[in-house]
Ligand binder design. Structure first.
Ligand SMILES: [Zn+2]
Length: 295
């Protein structure tokens, strides 16, 4: 079985990025795994602190590990947006493959100091766990926002990115490059799209020379995503699009079976609805990569 680090490298060499999809129930996990299997591409599932609280840290680790082993399939587990070392250590001990250690709300010096400590502590538990650090402001909340938070002042610079990576020892960096957590209502309705600062991504890649993650990619223009991957993005996070599809699919299932109480008869429409979104995003992220399972 490939390691996540090797797959990130292989994807990068093939002009592809690995899709990261947040889950907080079995409907979402089934949808993500089904889409990744259908396209035969590696995939990352992630859970924020809130999502982990709901599902259970050790329980989701056991579930994802069982899928990986039974199907010999490259599905990996990420501890998304972890704000304290205690929560990070809990995920590392449970066997998560990677972690997003997010102290981007703190002043940069404090972010550097605590992220460096976290890298050392997490690698002491699991040396192969990949640690991602965060800089800049991309807002919070993978949900529908009524108005834009105005993030242009929090964009990351190549110098800051290089310094952060060198001082902390992170394996992966998440910069602010025009991306934003959540979606505006107009994006959910398909009337507007997010746009990315592709030049800034290329500059950060040249300076930092490390794997880069794009957070908050729901609602982003397809062409911008293609260019961002070509400029050096290695992991793309999608959450809100899945949550919207989950709700729509669930409503559809309930409407189709007004008198039904059996969950596994109601929920397949929710799985299908999410799976279609995941498959379309995975096709975009992996379009040039002919991933060879078992190679
Ligand atoms: Zn994020």
């Amino acid at each position: 079985m490939h390691s996540l680090r090797n797959l990130l490298q292989e994807a990068q060499e093939n002009g592809a990025a690995i899709g990261h999809f947040n889950i907080s129930d079995l409907v979402l996990l089934k949808a993500v795994f089904g889409a990744a299997q259908e396209l035969n591409v590696p995939v990352l599932v992630g859970l924020s602190e809130g999502e982990r609280e709901f599902v259970g840290v050790r329980q989701i680790a056991a579930f994802v590990r069982s899928l990986r082993e039974e199907f010999n399939f490259p599905i990996f587990l990420n501890a998304d947006h972890t704000h304290s070392l205690a929560k990070g250590l809990e995920a590392a001990k449970a066997g998560f493959d990677s972690i997003v250690f997010d102290l981007s709300a703190l002043p940069i010096e404090e972010n550097v100091r605590q992220t460096k400590q976290a890298v050392e502590a997490l690698k002491a538990i699991n040396p192969s766990m990949l640690v991602e650090g965060e800089i800049g402001d991309i807002g919070t909340g993978s949900e529908i926002h009524e108005s834009s938070p105005g993030l242009s002042k929090g964009l990351s610079t190549p110098d800051e990115a290089k310094q952060f990576v060198e001082s902390t020892g992170v394996d992966i960096l998440a910069p602010a490059v025009g991306n934003m957590h959540g979606m505006l209502r107009s994006m959910v309705q398909g009337e507007t799209k997010k746009h990315l600062d592709v030049e800034r991504i290329a500059g950060i890649k040249r300076a930092a020379q490390t794997f880069l993650t794009l957070h908050g990619a729901s609602g982003t223009d397809d062409e911008d995503l293609r260019k961002a991957i070509a400029a050096g993005i290695n992991i793309v996070h999608i959450n809100t699009e899945l949550r919207v599809a989950w709700r729509n699919g669930l409503q559809d299932g309930l409407a189709r079976h007004p008198d039904e109480v059996v969950p596994y008869k109601i929920l397949p429409t929710a799985v299908d609805s999410v799976r279609q979104v995941v498959a379309s995003r995975l096709r975009l992220f992996n379009r040039q990569w002919r991933f060879a399972q078992g190679a």
